[in-house]
Write a protein that binds this ligand. Structure first.
Ligand SMILES: [Zn+2]
Length: 441
């Protein structure tokens, strides 16, 4: 080899090393790869705990996310003592433009519902779904039916992910976490996509209603945000319930049943009567759309004392007041029939409908709708018959509509999510970020 040829070979080698380095510069995981990794980590939260997080195991996912955020180059990624993960993606706009583009937040929650186990999740991808019911292999009584899941029909040919029938899947909200991480990866790997400063938060305990309690709204530093925590593809929400919880305590008197005559006052009977008074047309199982409900969902019964927890839900505050009145009427009726019973009703506010606040900044929701359209997603605008961290964050000064993840049947073993739904989620968030730049520069 003469000197020139050696030089050319050296240059070619140098180039190939550079090229392969450039190719692997940032992590390149698909949204599905991330999702399958996150659902394997058990992050089930627990009701009625005084601490945030309600379960320590939520830190397992938090630590993974911090590590991955750092890998992506978000150097300030951190998890705080209460298991909130925060990070910043700096803008890639020229300073003069960047100053005009609001700082946007993207939020999803790491915990899964206390209702169904989230341990040992065995996610199954049903490639090129051909139609028909999906029977889950490890508990064949668990069937995702076309009759109850009409949108399955829209997903023929899609790759549908489910659990195996023994646990929930955790698409709520690990799909949101995966989509946000994939958005960040895309923005980092493709500098041609211009974006403002983006703040990221992954939160604990959304499912037990305390997810926003430890959220540092000021420290977060976003002017507007979106929770990525909605259901089916295209779902956008700027409205949630007004939600209260009632704790009903019924006191009786216990004694040895052999010598109880004239002494025992068994609290189970008035409790049974009280339960029978719930209006049949105001139950979750008999209501839909904009109709609120009263839902006794858990309790304990003992002779000495019986307890009941009741959810109050309505989109209008007046509706909620009506429900409080119904409970106090039920108490009065029960006391009439069981004069010796002692009944205490303690009602606490859980969260409020975010629409009142979001209507003051309509463009925040409008941009999300526009983003769906640009991503080729049909918008399904509907009120959440539940709450999101966003409702409370909105009231804490961070306007925060909710965007779909693509998943369905949350909180149960029949949860499912199409891979293509998650991909559309990523596309929608990317469009949204660009819309914020366009509208403000
Ligand atoms: Zn959720």
């Amino acid at each position: 080899m003469n000197l020139t040829r050696r030089y050319i070979v050296f240059l070619a080698l140098l180039f190939s090393v550079y090229y392969s380095f450039a190719q692997s510069a940032g992590p390149k995981k698909t949204v599905v790869e991330r999702f399958l990794k996150y659902v394997k980590i058990d992050t089930q939260s627990k009701d009625d705990m005084d601490s945030i997080p309600s379960t320590r195991k939520q830190f397992d996912l938090a630590k993974v996310l911090v590590e991955e955020l750092k890998e992506l180059g978000l150097g300030d990624a951190r998890v705080d003592d209460h298991c909130y993960v925060y990070a910043t993606l700096a803008t890639n706009l020229p300073a003069s433009v960047a100053a005009k583009v609001p700082v946007i937040g993207l939020i999803s929650h790491m915990d899964t519902s206390p209702e169904v186990s989230g341990a040992n999740v065995n996610a199954i991808i049903h490639y090129s779904y051909a139609g028909g019911d999906i029977r889950l292999p490890n508990d064949t009584t668990q069937v995702i039916t076309v009759a109850k899941n009409p949108r399955l029909k829209d997903n023929i040919g899609s790759d549908i992910i489910t659990a195996d029938g023994t646990s929930l899947l955790g698409a709520d909200d690990k799909a949101g976490c995966s989509e946000i991480m994939t958005v960040l990866q895309t923005l980092i790997n493709d500098p041609s996509i211009k974006h403002g400063t983006i703040k990221i938060a992954f939160t604990p305990d959304e499912e037990v209603g305390t997810g926003a309690h430890g959220f540092e709204v000021k420290g977060f530093g976003a002017q507007y945000a979106y929770t990525i925590d909605g259901g089916q593809t295209g779902e956008i929400s700027n409205e949630t319930w007004n939600a209260d919880e009632a704790k009903i305590t019924l006191k009786g008197k216990n004694t040895h049943p052999g010598t109880a005559k004239g002494i025992m006052n068994n609290s189970l009977y008035p409790m049974a009567y009280f339960l029978s008074l719930f209006p049949p047309n105001m139950k979750p199982e008999t209501t839909e759309k904009r109709v609120g409900f009263l839902h006794p969902y858990s309790g304990t019964v003992e002779v000495e004392e019986s307890k009941l927890k009741v959810l109050l839900r309505d989109f209008d505050i007046q509706g909620l007041e009506k429900q409080r009145k119904i409970l106090s009427d039920m108490k009065a009726k029960t006391l009439k029939k069981f004069p010796k019973a002692v009944i205490d009703i303690d009602i606490k506010e859980t969260y409020r409908n975010m629409k009142l606040e979001l209507d003051k900044v309509p463009f925040v929701t409008d941009y999300a709708i526009e983003a769906c359209k640009r991503a080729g997603v049909k918008v399904d605008f509907k009120p959440v018959r539940g709450g999101t961290d966003g409702s409370q964050l909105t009231y804490n000064g961070l306007p925060c509509p909710n965007i779909f993840t693509g998943g369905e049947n949350f909180h149960g073993k029949l949860e499912w999510i199409p891979v293509q739904g998650m991909e559309k989620g990523v596309k929608t968030i990317l469009s949204l970020i660009q819309i914020w730049v366009e509208k403000n520069s």
